[in-house]
Design a protein around this ligand. Structure first.
Ligand code: ADP
Ligand code: MG
Length: 236
């Protein structure tokens, strides 16, 4: 049974159809790349399936259970966690405290949440910055913190939204390595990245959105050669 089945998800903002009947499945342990030009509907898709926005149509099944329209916190508890393209740490809290907020979902006792958060900081390479105010981090570390907060909720499905945007090539390589290590822990991942090369190097399979619709799906090497995909990117 796939971990995630999305059937015909539709989301409108006034006259804009941001997701127009998008269907896809993600197998357990898979890393699915979700790409498409700016405005294609990638972030809306994450928001809609992870409970931050209510869909106007369609269904979401997580591990066989219909979870359509459930609130984000309930989905997170079930193991569906997303990160945000526009990172939103609590600026006045420390890095450790930010990650503890995620860990408290599964470890209501502060001492245990702290232990979990410290483990995640170690894993993500943020341990040296544990006591920094989150607002003072570099962009790359804020992005890493966003991933760390997600990991602290102990997801089965982690949806990463442009965690590499604005990074230098060296920082991008570190982020790629981190995603590989998350995956080795058995976490299923949907990766949204604007930069195709990054998605290509990490993904088992790729889904391409354009103007709210799925226009292609397949192995990375096939998708990059698909004329409809090339056209969508050229039209940007
Ligand atoms: P992507 O993440 O692929 O760049 P988005 O999902 O952010 O695309 O946006 C898809 C479309 O939906 C765009 O036309 C965008 O302007 C519109 N949109 C996204 N969020 C909102 C919103 N909260 N209100 C109105 N329109 C929105
Ligand atoms: Mg986006």
């Amino acid at each position: 049974m796939p971990l995630l089945v999305v059937e015909g998800i539709t989301k409108r903002f006034g006259g804009v159809v941001a997701n127009d009947g998008v269907s896809l499945t993600v197998e357990k342990g898979e890393l699915l790349g979700l790409i498409g030009p700016n405005g294609a509907g990638k972030s809306t898709f994450f928001a809609t399936i992870s409970g931050f926005l209510r869909p106007d149509g369609g269904r979401v099944l997580f591990d066989g259970e219909d979870v359509t329209g459930l609130p984000a916190e309930v989905l997170c508890r079930k193991g569906m966690t997303r990160t945000f393209q526009i990172v939103r740490p609590f600026h006045d809290l420390t890095v450790l405290e930010n990650v503890m907020v995620g860990a408290l979902l599964r470890h209501p006792r502060a001492a245990e949440a702290r232990r979990k958060a410290e483990e995640v900081l170690e894993f993500t390479g943020l341990a040296p910055q544990a006591a920094f105010r989150a607002g003072n981090l570099t962009i790359a570390d804020k992005k890493r913190l966003e991933i760390a907060r997600g990991l602290a909720t102990e997801p089965r499905l982690l949806m990463l939204d442009e965690t590499m945007a604005g990074l230098t090539p060296a920082e991008t390589q570190e982020a790629i390595d981190l995603i590989r290590r998350i995956r080795e822990r058995g976490v299923t991942i949907i990766l949204v990245e604007h930069v195709m090369e990054v998605v290509m190097s990490l993904s088992d399979r790729v889904v391409v959105l354009d103007m709210g619709r799925k226009i292609a799906e397949g192995k990375p090497e096939d998708v990059v050669r698909d004329p409809a995909v090339i056209q969508a990117y050229l039209g940007e």
